[in-house]
Design a protein around this ligand. Sequence first.
Ligand code: C5P
Length: 230
Amino acid sequence: ARIWAVLPAAGRGTRFGGEVPKQYLEAAGKPLIAHALDALLSHARIDGAVVALAADDPRWPGWTTRHGKPLLRCTGGGERADSVLAALHALPSDVGDDALVLVHDAARPNLRAGDLDRLIDAAIAHPDGAILGAPVRDTLKRADAASHIVATEPRSALWRAFTPQAFRRGALSAALERARADGVVVTDEAMAMERMGAHPALVEGREDNLKVTTPADLALAEYLLARGTA
Ligand code: C5P
C-alpha cells in the first residue's frame, strides 16, 4: 500500500508566545518542521508528504522535494482538522482511499524510525488504524474550579496520545468531515475516528517524541536532537 505523511503546520503557536510560530523555532541547527519532515521522508516506507501552511506564511523554505521524495504544500485552515482535511485533498490523485496517511505534528521534531516502523505495521494490521502514545505515569487528579482536588482518577487504562497517527485516507477524510459538520473540534485525528465508532490501536512509542509547546520543551528537544539516537 502507499504511505504518505501529512503535517499540519498552519498553527500560530500562540501558547508558546513570541513572534515565530513554534514549527519554525530552531533546534540543533534547523527548524522543528524540518526535523519532523526529515524523520518522515528519510524513512524508506514513506512515499511523500503534504504540509499545510498558514495562508500568509513567509517562512516556508519552498521545498518541493526532500530525500528524493515529493513534498507538496497546501493552505491550512482555522482548526487543526481543517488543515489536515486540506492536506488530504492536496494528495496526488493516484493516492487512493485505502492509502495509509500518517498525520504528524510539525512541532514534534524527535520522531525515530523504530517508532515509525511499529506504527506502520500496526496500522496495516488494524482496519481502524493506529496511533503512537504512552501509558500515563503520573497520578491523575480531578480538580474543581478553585484547583482543589475532587478525586483521584484510575490511570491504568489511560494513555497520552502522540503523533504520527495513521489511518486510511478515505476513512480519515470522512471522519474529519463529519466532525466539522457536527461542529465538534477534534484535538487529534483519532478523536474524529472514534466518533465514527472506530477503535484505533495504541502503539507504545518513545516518551522523547515530544511536542514543543513551551520554552522548556524547546530546550529539551535541542538536547535530545543534539544527542542523537540513544
Ligand atoms: O497547537 P498544537 O500544538 O495542538 O498544534 C499541533 C499542530 O497542528 C502544529 O503543527 C500546528 O501548526 C498545527 N495546526 C494547524 N492548523 C491549525 C492549528 C494547528 O496546522 N489551525
